[in-house]
Design a protein around this ligand. Structure first.
Ligand SMILES: NC(=O)c1ccc[n+]([C@@H]2O[C@H](COP(=O)([O-])OP(=O)(O)OC[C@H]3O[C@@H](n4cnc5c(N)ncnc54)[C@H](O)[C@@H]3O)[C@@H](O)[C@H]2O)c1
Length: 403
């Protein structure tokens, strides 16, 4: 039986997807896996027994990734699990900005005590005439999980969609409708589009990537949608552009002290991923990633170790080795197995920054002595028997390394 500790309330659908050899525990010292949403783990030391932390959500700035990697703890997140939720709100925001929905609804409330309200609304509605999004140009900056969904959906609604993403992955490109046009620069996209939607992660390299220059390049009367992070936009420059009318509406999911004072801004309280479905999707994905790692040693969507997927072990035994990304690790590992005449049926070795992962399917089983020899290799972090003889009992086998 493996035990999982939840640091936050995790959706029931996610918990229900735990297989029967898993159970929840209140005791962190008993746990092999940790499920977390927003709990601050930055100063949280984890017991040696913990193999994995799975964050139900995308952002991992509440988790000390490097410290946990050094301890042999693989951290997972759930990219894309909330993409549909954000996409739907972006579409809603685009329509709200086009149809004066909020201003119209507020005006109706302002005349609610009038006895002739039904007549007044018919007379007054012309003040709220809007425009349709069909046939308009939408620019999507960042064509990852969310951006691709927004681009494809807007295309389906009859918009002409331009995408800008100089780092677009091959799988990301496959997800995109072939109708999406390629903008070769940010300023080109800004100059072309009636609506612009931002979908890139905030990093230390791109604060205010939408700055004065980009805003100056935008079409007068553009609607700008920010469902990524407020710091990606120079909000002082945005406030001035709203004031002058160059930008018609700034729709941001990140209300802050500056944006609440902006003229023509529509602000929501970080609602992009706030749907029951997104929470369920994130929880199910986090649970599945964690179980696949514990049961099979496969790593998908880790944020501190490389991805590595060998499916289910078809050989006698599978062992997993987390180590530093330094020369001659494979030579030393295979050397230990060669001495014992253990044949390797299948293997994968991948690295990510300073860390690496080796997964081995063996035709016969290693014993405690072999495991000890593997653990003695300098720069080895954790050696675990994943399946076959000795599985599970060897989970807490981390050796401190002098690194
Ligand atoms: N409002 C919300 O509630 C909410 C919810 C989820 C995510 N988000 C935000 O949305 C962002 C995007 O999420 P995602 O799941 O689509 O991420 P993702 O990693 O799947 O996609 C990000 C894309 O941005 C591209 N990119 C990076 N830098 C770029 C640049 N300078 N110019 C153009 N493209 C660039 C990348 O190549 C990638 O394709 C997240 O980082 C997060 O900040 C907000």
């Amino acid at each position: 039986m493996y035990r999982i500790k939840c640091l936050n309330a995790i959706s029931k659908v996610g918990i229900d997807s735990l297989l029967e050899e898993y159970e929840l525990t209140e005791e962190i010292n008993e746990a092999e896996g940790i499920l977390v949403r927003s709990a601050d783990m930055k100063c949280m030391e984890l017991p040696e027994k913990v193999l994995a932390v799975a964050r139900a959500g995308a952002g991992v700035n509440n988790i000390p990734l490097e410290a946990y990697a050094k301890q042999g703890i693989v951290v997972f997140n759930t990219p894309g699990a909330n993409a549909n939720s954000v996409k739907e709100l972006v579409l809603c925001a685009m329509l709200m900005a086009s149809r004066n929905v909020l201003a119209g609804a507020e005006w109706v409330q302002s005349i609610r005590d009038s006895e002739s309200i039904a007549k007044e609304v018919e007379k007054g509605k012309k003040a709220f005439v809007g425009s349709e999004i069909k046939g308009k140009k939408l620019g999507v900056i960042g064509l990852g999980a969310i951006g691709a969904e927004v681009a494809n959906a807007a295309n389906e609604l009859g918009m002409t969609v331009y995408g800008y993403d100089p780092y677009l992955s091959v799988s990301g490109a496959w997800r995109l409708s072939r109708e999406i046009r390629h903008a070769t620069s940010l300023t080109e996209l800004c100059a072309l589009c009636d609506y612009i939607s931002l979908h890139v992660p905030l990093t230390d390299k791109n604060p205010e990537m939408i700055g004065r220059e980009e805003i100056a390049a935008m079409k007068p009367g553009v609607v700008f949608l920010n469902f990524s992070r407020d710091k990606l936009v120079d909000e002082q420059a945005m406030a001035e552009a709203l004031e002058s009318g160059r930008v018609k509406t700034y729709f941001s999911d990140f209300a802050n002290a500056a944006s609440v004072r902006m003229k023509h801004a529509i602000l929501t309280p970080h609602l992009g991923a706030s749907t029951e479905e997104a929470e369920d999707n994130c929880a199910v994905m986090a649970v599945k990633e964690m179980m696949d790692y514990i049961d099979n040693g496969n790593i998908r969507n880790s944020v501190n170790f490389p991805d590595c997927d060998m499916g289910i072990c078809q050989s006698t035994q599978r062992i997993a080795l987390l180590h530093y990304n330094v020369p001659n690790m494979i030579g030393q590992i295979t050397g230990v197995l060669a001495k014992r005449e253990i044949n390797i049926a299948n293997m994968t070795n991948k690295s990510r920054g300073p860390f690496a992962y080796t997964l081995l399917d063996l035709e016969s089983s290693v014993d405690e002595k072999d495991l000890a020899a593997l653990r003695q290799i300098e720069s080895m972090i954790r050696v675990r028997v994943v399946s076959g003889e000795g599985a599970h009992s060897a989970t807490s086998s981390v050796l401190p390394v002098g690194f």
